[in-house]
Design a protein. Structure first.
Ligand code: SAH
Length: 234
């Protein structure tokens, strides 16, 4: 059977590229995002009662990678990028149907100038991600503390300590009114070490850049340290 499903809304998030997005929601707590509902779903009625829930399940489309196909096995970063496991034993983005599932914090509902949106926290979603379903998270059914977590038994401990150069500090100060949470956010994002698995555990001279909001965050990694050298407007 083939189905057609409709985009219900679009994510507006500081993550402007895939690089450095955490591998699951909840890992970067200070991130905030919006889910803007699209017509004909942009009616307050579809959200009636939703604010009673602290968290939501979002089904979404891996729209940026959906053209890249899939393989029966994948190498999860969690296993160091060497070992293969079945695609359905992972949360890989490269799946037969490019559907993602994330549980996210619900902070509130926004409504202004004919637009209707949900304020969300701790998402792992790229800016522009199409949302295809929204459901409340129901603790009694969805929280299973006794469940076995396979090769990802617990949240990874962020491996890096993040510091900021004098130049980056000045830029943070300049940006403070527009992005008050920026230092915390950059620290949380980079502490996870966003580099591909094969780069880890070796000397690395590379100057990396990642786009958050409209900013290019530049950094270098010498394990276990990450130095943010500059934060420049794109
Ligand atoms: N929690 C989801 C996603 C896990 S994969 C699930 O389990 O299904 C998480 C990765 O998805 C992130 O690291 C990010 O790189 C990627 N991602 C997020 N939004 C995406 C999008 N719209 N298209 C492609 N990849 C995306």
């Amino acid at each position: 059977m083939k189905f057609e499903i409709d985009t219900l809304g679009i994510i507006h998030s500081p993550y402007k590229e895939k690089f450095a997005i955490p591998r699951q929601p909840g890992l970067v707590k200070s991130i905030r995002a919006r889910l803007e509902l699209l017509p004909p779903y942009d009616q307050p009625d579809v959200l009636r009662g939703i604010e009673q829930f602290s968290h939501l399940w979002l089904s979404f489309v891996f729209h940026q990678t959906m053209g890249q196909g899939w393989h029966p096995t994948v190498r999860p970063p969690r296993l160091g990028g060497n070992e293969r496991v079945g695609v359905f034993a992972t949360r890989s983005t490269f799946r037969p149907n490019p559907l993602g599932l994330s549980v996210v914090e619900l902070h509130g509902i926004g409504r202004e100038r004919g637009k209707l949106w949900l304020e969300l926290g701790a998402v792992d979603l790229l800016d522009g991600t199409p949302i295809v379903d929204i459901k409340p998270y129901i603790p009694y059914a969805d929280s299973l503390p006794e469940a076995r977590g396979g090769f990802a038994p617990e949240a990874p401990t962020p491996p890096l300590a993040v510091s900021f150069s004098a130049e980056a500090e000045q830029q943070l100060a300049r940006l403070a009114s527009r992005h008050p949470e920026l230092r915390q956010l950059v620290s949380e994002v980079l502490a996870q070490d966003p580099r591909p698995a094969y780069k880890k555990g070796k000397p690395d001279e590379k100057l990396y850049g990642v786009r958050l909001f409209d900013l290019n965050v530049r950094f270098q990694i010498q394990e276990p340290h990450c130095l943010v050298s500059a934060i420049d407007p794109v």
